[in-house]
Design a protein around this ligand. Structure first.
Ligand code: ZN
Length: 352
């Protein structure tokens, strides 16, 4: 893998099993069962993914291979997903665009790799992304980035936002928060990581500072566990939306509170955007990509009920019980679904 791409990887480890069922299909489900996927509107737009070149490269593409991206976009087509926005290193944009054209749009993640890196590192990265034609700027500020100074409202990020807006960027994405389950485990050290509520202080500051552009809170704003808090944010900040990405997390927590999430999305139908957080990685089988698109669409557009097929290390299984959480589809109304799958992203990207 390219060192730069490796540094970009935002994900926690992926559950894999050496023997036994693969992480993407623990229950042995037939992903060919798609009769419950009834959406027939305009193609879905996946606003949150990580389509990259993957190493090792070959003589034709020394920077990395396009094979995983080919597989993912092919699967996306199967699931009626048209345009896909990806976060990738700036040097991947040209080869991806050359191969996939308008099917891909680009989101530049602005960060510094070390606490003592000069602010110019972030500004030069922004310049590379702007020259390559990004439409979205991402500020990744998960609690595990705090020791690298990756606060969402760090002064160099405020400056980067000002420069991006001056250059014409109208959509920003932020990752704040993480699953409640992690604040009980990997983030139990409050002095180091802060509380979950602490994660939102900087976001509120940014939303207040930049009301003229649209903001997308990744992964249901990082707080799908608390739809009442999400609603308070939507009420207070009319330029804030949430994406549905991070499939395991959303499946587990939406299925635990179907009525509250369905009600929230129906009352704010203009404020949610479809996303997956799929990441291209060397060696992933086609069915990995299928599993995420299948679960996402099943969750939002059907009343399918069963066990999630995807391994979920954050699910607390009962002794002898199923090892994956329930998946309860919330069967959004057709007019809401069309906005979440397509219309809202089109509106934001058009600068409205
Ligand atoms: Zn992501």
């Amino acid at each position: 893998m390219l060192p730069f791409a490796a540094r970009y990887n935002e994900s926690m480890s992926t559950a894999t099993t050496a023997a036994g069922p693969p992480e993407h299909n623990i229950t042995g489900i037939d992903f060919g069962q798609r009769g419950h996927l009834r959406y027939a509107g305009p193609p879905l737009l996946d606003i949150h993914s990580h389509v990259t070149l993957t190493g090792p490269g070959d003589s034709a593409h020394p920077a990395g291979s396009l094979a995983q991206a080919e597989t993912m976009l092919d699967v996306a087509t199967e699931f009626h997903v048209g345009r896909i926005y990806t976060m990738c290193p700036p040097e991947h944009i040209a080869p991806l665009r050359e191969r996939f054209g308008a099917r891909l749009g680009f989101n530049g993640s602005i960060l510094k790799h070390r606490l003592d890196s000069p602010d110019d590192e972030a500004y030069q990265l922004l310049d590379h992304f702007l020259a390559a034609g990004i439409e979205i700027v991402k500020f990744w500020a998960a609690p595990r980035g705090r020791d690298r100074g990756l606060f969402v409202d760090a002064p160099w990020r405020v400056e980067a936002a000002q420069r991006a807006i001056a250059a014409g960027v109208r959509v920003f994405m932020v990752h704040v928060g993480d699953p409640d389950a992690w604040f009980r485990t990997v983030y139990a050290d409050r002095a180091k990581f802060g509380t979950k509520a602490d994660q939102y202080t900087g976001l509120i500051r940014l939303l207040t500072t930049f009301p003229e552009v649209n903001w997308i809170g990744a992964h249901m704003g990082g707080d799908v566990e608390h739809p009442d808090y999400l609603e308070a944010l939507l009420e207070r900040f009319p330029h804030l939306c949430f994406d549905t990405s991070a499939t395991k997390w959303q499946v587990r927590e939406v299925s635990s509170r179907t009525d509250a999430i369905r009600s929230l999305m129906c009352r704010y139908p203009n404020r949610f955007l479809f996303g997956t957080d799929l990441v291209t990685r060397p060696g992933l089988p086609r069915e990995h990509y299928i599993s995420r698109y299948w679960c996402q669409r099943t969750l939002w557009e059907s009343h399918w009920t069963g066990r999630s097929p995807i391994a979920d290390p954050d699910f607390l299984a009962e002794a002898g019980g199923p090892t994956t959480p329930p998946l309860h589809g919330i069967d959004l109304p057709a007019e809401v679904l069309e906005l979440v799958y397509h219309g809202n992203a089109e509106r934001l990207l058009a600068g409205r």
